[in-house]
Ligand binder design. Structure first.
Ligand code: NAD
Ligand code: UDP
Length: 322
């Protein structure tokens, strides 16, 4: 039997980070989770604390990072991800995408580890091309409210590529499109959570703008499988991972009402500045290179997600502090 591989996962207590911890524990890796808990919750990973092959470091990755021992892989997932979060903590968002990524690339270089960084469909901004292929350079407003996230992620991609080119670090870049599933925070403001929370509290669903903007929602298990395959592939250019099944936000609201059996209505609120009008991944590369495509339909994924949120206490569902 070979030596157990060691992997550092940043953002481990968050939605995606915690699912990645589970996936790599399942694959018999030694997992080191790191998080400063700014938007994450320890309960997402508390089931791992009793395991010998899991360690947790409470640390801000924008500050110098020390990890003893060898590392084979690093997954950099630490960053606020919902517009509500990154508008509340814009400077930390810029720092974790820039300084945090720099620290992790330095660590990868020092440990001779392969590093995969979590980029986003937001690098395409408000796209003028639909679906978005990886070659599209994007349409981002650097000084608009979303710029703190979008530009941090664009810088993150640039410095990652530079470490690959100039230092020969083994890098991977995943561009993640809207992903959902259990362990998201009901009050983090992302549309699925807003709608499910509102339906469970028997409030009207808030549509921003006229609801004609589109998104394409990917179930978390599909995304995690795509990331697992990308990490183990030899592909160094950015790769889209997402579900191309595109839907308008109004249709999505109607789906949530039907799914929850709610008789509430959809009400329209002003559209936030620079809200992308359309978003749909072109996954030609993921299909050809990783043999990956999503397996879970929106209907199936939403049912699982709804069951998770229904299992939360009533107090948690009532609590909306954004
Ligand atoms: P999340 O908020 O649930 O998780 C992020 C985690 O990072 C949290 O646990 C938070 O406490 C931690 N964190 C933030 N700043 C940190 C710092 N400086 N040091 C240490 N830990 C820090 O968000 P998520 O949805 O799980 O997103 C994870 C990653 O995936 C992010 O990089 C995000 O940009 C990217 N992403 C997510 C989506 C999505 O749909 N969920 C889409 C595109 C990209
Ligand atoms: N949205 C909405 N109502 C809400 C929250 C969000 O209509 O209560 C819209 C938002 O304006 C955007 C889409 O839903 O067009 C997806 O928003 P989200 O914050 O989930 O993520 P984004 O894809 O914009 O980063």
């Amino acid at each position: 039997m070979g030596k157990q591989k060691r992997i550092l996962i940043t953002g481990a207590a968050g939605f995606l980070g915690s699912h990645l911890c589970d996936r790599f524990i399942l694959g018999d890796y030694h997992v080191i989770g790191m998080d400063n808990l700014i938007t994450g919750e320890l309960r997402n990973i508390e089931h791992l604390f009793k395991l010998e092959n899991f360690e947790f470091y409470h640390h801000d990755v924008s500050k110098f990072i020390f990890v003893p021992g060898e590392l084979d892989y690093i997954l950099h997932f630490a960053s606020p991800a919902s517009p509500i979060d990154y508008l509340k903590i814009p400077i930390q968002t810029l720092k974790v995408g820039s300084l945090g990524t720099h620290n992790l690339l330095g660590l990868a270089r020092a440990k001779n580890a392969r590093i995969l960084i979590a980029s986003t469909s937001e690098v395409y901004g408000d796209p003028s091309v639909n679906p978005q292929p990886e070659e599209y350079w994007g349409n981002v407003n650097p000084v608009g409210p979303r710029g703190v996230y979008d530009e941090a992620k664009r810088f993150q991609e640039a410095i990652t590529m530079a470490y690959h080119t100039f230092h020969g670090v083994e890098t991977r870049i995943v561009r993640i499109f809207n992903t959902y599933g259990p362990r998201m925070r009901l009050n983090d403001g992302r549309v699925l959570l807003a709608f499910i929370g509102q339906a469970l509290r028997e409030e009207p669903l808030t549509i921003f703008g006229d609801g004609s903007q589109t998104r394409s929602f990917c179930y978390v298990d599909d995304l995690i499988e795509g990331i697992y395959r990308l990490l183990h592939s030899s592909y160094v250019q950015p790769m889209n991972i997402g579900n191309p099944d595109e839907i308008t936000i109004r249709q999505f609201g109607e789906e949530i009402l039907k799914l929850t059996g709610s008789d509430q209505e959809l009400i329209c609120l002003p559209l936030p500045t620079d809200d992308p009008k359309q978003r749909r991944p072109d996954i030609t590369k993921a299909k050809a290179i990783l043999g990956w495509e999503p397996q879970v339909s929106r209907n199936e994924g939403l049912k699982i997600t709804l069951e998770y949120f229904k299992s939360l206490s009533k107090m948690e569902i009532e609590h909306k502090d954004f």
